[in-house]
Write a protein that binds this ligand. Structure first.
Ligand code: SF4
Ligand code: SF4
Length: 196
């Protein structure tokens, strides 16, 4: 077993019976912006919509980030919203079938979005790769990537997302408020908000 950060690295595997990352969605970057959906790259959008049509699944994909000099001219990331009114529950999660680890099964596992392939590797506030503390495995073992083995594909997926979702210098970044979640009164109306 390899040693990192002074303690033995543990091999990543999903906690038996867990489906949390396919069910629960976060308010991001704050409650005002509403709950986010699964990040979908512009190049993935058509493919994911086609899969949903083939399987007879209703999808709601809305913009997430855009860039532009004066207005949100070019969408650089979309998001696939949860099917529940509060924004939770991925529409592709089969609620009556189990995956090998005992959690619920993804109906498009082999073709799932890059963001699902990257999870539980995410960016921290300094844009460094870290592990999501909301993940059951990570909250139990570590949120430091150096402490966990077997995440190469996830790290590579995050790098590919970062290479695609980046704003060119001189352009403003706009974030789409989803107005999705429980406390609607605390949220901005659905639409673009200038971020930087
Ligand atoms: S939250 Fe973590 S442990 Fe649970 S299914 Fe997702 S990746 Fe696996
Ligand atoms: S597409 Fe599949 S892996 Fe991704 S959140 Fe939905 S059910 Fe989970």
């Amino acid at each position: 077993m390899a040693m990192h950060s002074g303690k033995p690295a543990v091999k990543f595997s999903c906690v038996h019976g867990c489906s949390d990352c396919c069910i629960y969605r976060e308010y991001y970057p704050s409650v005002e912006f509403g709950k986010i959906g699964v990040l979908i790259l512009p190049e993935e959008k058509g493919r994911i919509e086609k899969l949903a049509t083939e399987k007879g699944i209703n999808l709601k994909i809305i913009p997430r980030l855009a860039v532009g000099a004066q207005s949100p001219e070019q969408v650089i990331a979309y998001q696939m919203m949860g099917k529940n009114q509060d924004g939770d529950l991925c529409p592709f999660l089969a609620i009556d079938e189990l995956a090998p680890h005992g959690g619920l099964k993804c109906r498009i596992y082999a073709d799932r979005p890059l963001a699902c392939r990257a999870y539980p590797v995410i960016d921290d506030d300094d844009k460094q790769a870290t592990l999501d503390p909301h993940c059951q495995f990570c909250s139990k073992f570590s949120t430091n990537t150096a402490d966990v083995e077997g995440l190469q594909q996830e790290l590579e997926s995050l790098s590919r997302i970062k290479a695609t979702v980046k704003a060119e210098r001189g352009l403003h970044v706009w974030r789409y408020a989803t107005a999705t979640g429980k406390d609607r009164k605390a949220m901005l109306p659905e639409g673009w908000v200038l971020e930087s």
